[in-house]
Design a protein around this ligand. Sequence first.
Ligand SMILES: [Zn+2]
Length: 225
Amino acid sequence: MAGDDRRSAPFHVSHSVAASLGVAVDHAHCLLRSIEGCTECSPHQVTLLMNSYYSLLRAAMENAARVVWMLAPDKRPERVLRRLRLQAGNVIMSDELCEVGGFPPKKPKAERLQRIKDIAGQAGVSPTEAIKPAGNKQIIRAAGQHIAGDANHAEVLWRACSAASHGDIWAALSLHERRITSENGDVFTAYASASTRVLTTFVVETMAVIRTAVLLSDVRNQPPY
Ligand SMILES: [Zn+2]
C-alpha cells in the first residue's frame, strides 16, 4: 500500500484501511462482549438481545466493506481514486455538521475539495470523480460482488440490519422468532424472541466481510504494492 499512500498523500490508503478495520473489529468485539457472560461469575451465561446486535453488525459490515471496496481493485489509480472519494465524503459530512451546529469550519469546503482535486490530478485520476462521495449502499454492494459475486445478497443483509436498528416492523417480523399468542381477525399478538439461527447467519456473513478486508489488506501490503 506504500505506493497507494504516496499518491493519495496526505490521505493515506493504509491509514483509512487501519481506521476502518479498527471500527469494524470494535463493533464485532462489542457484540461478543454483550453476548458472553462475565468470565468470573457467569462464564457460561449467554445473552441474546433482539435488535441491538444488528446495529453492531451493520457498523462492522459497513466498515469492513469500506476496506474491501477501497482495496479490491487491482489497479492502483482506482484504489487511490476510491480513497480520495472517501475523503471527499468526509469533507462534505464534516462541513454539513459545522453548518448545522453553527461551528465555524476550519477551512472552507471548496478549498478542502480543491485540495482533493489537486491530489487526484497529480495522481493521474479524474479530479471530478475524486470529489464524488461514495454511499454505504454502493460500498456494501461492491463488497458483496467481490466476496461472493452477489451484490444483492450483501444489500439484503445490510438493509435488514438497518431496519432492525430503526425498529422497522418488517425487520422484526423477518428476523425474530415469534409465537402467536392470540388472533382476532387480521390482528394478532405474538411473543417474539431472538432467533439464534438468523443471528448466527448474520454474524457469519459479517465476519466473512471482515476476514476479506483483512486478507485484502495483507495482499496489498505485499510487493510490488
Ligand atoms: Zn462478574
